[in-house]
Design a binder for this molecule. Sequence first.
Ligand SMILES: Nc1nc2c(ncn2[C@@H]2O[C@H](COP(=O)(O)OP(=O)(O)OP(=O)(O)O)[C@@H](O)[C@H]2O)c(=O)[nH]1
Ligand SMILES: [K+]
Ligand SMILES: [Mg+2]
Length: 493
Amino acid sequence: MRMYGFCSGALWKGGKTKIRPSHVTMSMYSDTIYALSTGVGRAGVAVVRVSGADAGTCLLQLCSLEKLPAARKATLRKVIHPKAKEVVDEALVLYFPQPRSFTGEDVAELHVHGSYAVIKSTLEALSLVDPEQGRRIRPAERGEFTRRAFENGRMDLTEVEGLADLIASETTEQRKQALKQMSGHLRQYYESWREQLKSCLAFAEAVIDFGEDVDESALLEILPKATEVVEEMKTHLKDGRRGEIVRSGVKLAIIGPPNAGKSSLLNELARRPAAIVSPIAGTTRDVVQVNLDLGGMSVVVSDTAGIRTQTDDVIEQEGIRRAWATAEEADIVLCVVDASEQSNDGNQWIANDTVNTRKIIVANKADLVGEQKGLISRSLQDVPVRYISCKTGDGIQPLLDELEKIIKDAIVGDTKGKEMPLITRQRHRQHVQACITALETFLEGCEANGGTLPLDIATEELRIATKEIGLVTGIVHVEEVLDVVFSEFCIGK
Ligand SMILES: Nc1nc2c(ncn2[C@@H]2O[C@H](COP(=O)(O)OP(=O)(O)OP(=O)(O)O)[C@@H](O)[C@H]2O)c(=O)[nH]1
Ligand SMILES: [K+]
Ligand SMILES: [Mg+2]
């Protein structure tokens, strides 16, 4: 059924060419949906949202109204249970007529008191409303409000993803980035690229169709344009994954020999006993993770098994394998060594590591060495050495300050003053890469550019490139892409 399968490609063919099509004034959905849009649990207020052609009917019937409330104006009303005829709650009621609503459909909001019983009765009351002939009122599915907003041209896919990120944001930087994306920052870029490619495509097609009447030398004009788009996209891809890092958190790995105090450091950073600490070498086996907020940035800290070469214990061996894997994936590695053991100079723990990762040798147990510091740093070149003591807490705050600075400089600082928005998802990266590949094939193959491909074949690549960019914003619909994007939402969003 169309309304559940959402829209198939066929429905949109030739129809949807703009993000906010002016012709979309009526929703394609016949069901009216409702759900609790605020979090579950006891609260002062809970918002129940209703969207669809019968949203107004719901208000009229539940609040015993003669006519609909003024648009976007809050009014206090009694909500009456249609069957029991008793008052469910006194609610603030709002009505947003289409198309100026979140979903682009008629939307009603009931701001009720946030108790389990009130919410349950309100939802039950909604299920008992009589819709117009031939229509249905039913609970919303996961992400269905947002999906309607997308289908009705209120948002593009990057804005939908921005909204999902905003709802999930835990740190200041995540919030800022999500808000920017939700406001169309990314969309504008992709749209302008797509427009440029579309005009190239239109020109190439004109030459193919009306070759004799069009001056073929003018085809040369589209080549610099396509080249420029390729260059811009390449710059866009070379962002050091900063957007993705802000979104999913900076990965910080703690590695080092057994008993150096790695788990003790994790607990200091987390300010709680997240990992087991003991004098027994080989205590930590699995990777233990905690999330930190460092200066507005989300940081995922992983404590790992102590690395040593001689062990017959297969579980410990697996732990060590995971430790190396964690270090390889990390953006920052803290190599913790025991400051009182001079054989642990830290070199061996960073040798295996990737080049781009930031590293700090953390010489723990500084309380045991007193003034005898400096033994470790002597054998190291570029990697800084910092002395700390998890026992006394000395050096922990300076270490945190330094980490915050590294993260800010590498990620946030780098984006200052830069116009181009950051890629926040692997999905975008894949489509942009596919677009570049197609454009390069087009450019190299074009006869006008010294290539060997006939124009109609080369133009096919231009078409693929245009489509790939359209897939990022959702102008071109592909069900799997939509399913992935909307699966991030929960019910009521
Ligand atoms: N004196 C002193 N002892 C410490 C310090 N930090 C940790 N310890 C002790 O060192 C021992 C090992 O600490 P852990 O945090 O378990 O070390 P680890 O590196 O996680 O060890 P594994 O998980 O076994 O590899 C424990 O007995 C801690 O109490 C410190 O700063 N000073
Ligand atoms: K230990
Ligand atoms: Mg440990």
